[in-house]
Ligand binder design. Sequence first.
Ligand SMILES: NC(=O)c1ccc[n+]([C@@H]2O[C@H](COP(=O)([O-])OP(=O)(O)OC[C@H]3O[C@@H](n4cnc5c(N)ncnc54)[C@H](O)[C@@H]3O)[C@@H](O)[C@H]2O)c1
Length: 321
Amino acid sequence: MVTSNRSRVVVVGTGSVGAAVASAIVQQGLCNELVLVNHHPEKAEGLAMDLADGSEFLGRFVTIRAGGWEDCRRADVVVVAAGPKPKPGETRMQELGAAIDIVDPILRHIRDSGFDGILIMVSNPVDVLSWFAWRRTGLPRAQVFGSGAALDTSRMKTIIGETTRLDPRLVSGYVVGEHGDSQFVPWSTVSFIGKSFAQYLEDNRLRYPGVTLAGIEEETRRRGLDIKGLRGGTSYGIAATVAGLVRMILWNERGVVSVSTLIDGEYEYGEHDVFLSLPVALDGDGVGDFVDLHLSDEELAKFHRSAAVVRDHCRLIADRL
Ligand SMILES: NC(=O)c1ccc[n+]([C@@H]2O[C@H](COP(=O)([O-])OP(=O)(O)OC[C@H]3O[C@@H](n4cnc5c(N)ncnc54)[C@H](O)[C@@H]3O)[C@@H](O)[C@H]2O)c1
């Protein structure tokens, strides 16, 4: 359980994503102390100074500094956002070879520090690397998860909000499976202003010509690639997402979010030893109860397809363990 009198977050990797995550955490005043770690220490130092320079105008004072692996020992949350710079057109799975060479040594350092908090994997391919992080660190399953489809879920809500010109936060529901091409939306979980979103769309067919569930799902899946094509990479959406996850942990909120977690025989999902996103309760103890989504046979088949993709890629790096 996280204690409110000492909340330390360590962000490893201070590139586009790590810097945006750090900024979101500071802007929202989520912790007492933020420590930045980078293999080029001067980059972490510069970012810490830059972020700290806004202190007078922040809602809450946060100690911000550069640090090292020893700082993980007493950290409540460690966020891993180091990796190869994603290339436009490259899929997340194609990043695996370069990513594991960067992330494995980082995980060894985190483990060797004596870290016993909650590790959030952000580096891609996030499902594969979350599984690897769980195995490499030996931490309990509740304490290791990936940001996974939490971002895709937010994207799906954003697209529905943009389509309907209503607040995206009115949408309840989840994207599940791989954070990647095989992710999917079990539409039976998606509700909007008191009814299922499918029903809402049906009731307002004339208002939204051409809008379909399949279209929204595909746009959700593609959105990361589209942003990469437009501005070279994504950072602010994932940063807001990760800050939200950190808040649920440090403030012990017990939200329910679709994050990449160990699936080990829960409900009808019928999968073991694989990390995929499903809605789970999240609080100061990490990942808690699962939600039984009662997936249809067709949705279960999609879930198993996601599991196969992730498992195949885990096999490629399993011999490192
Ligand atoms: N999960 C998600 O939804 C999501 C979204 C966006 C990006 N990402 C992932 O986040 C990661 C970072 O992306 P980015 O855009 O910030 O890239 P970036 O190139 O801007 O930053 C990469 C960071 O990794 C560090 N790094 C590189 N090589 C290293 C090494 N050998 N040892 C230690 N640190 C090293 C760099 O110093 C830098 O801080 C990538 O894996 C990317 O795929 C994930």
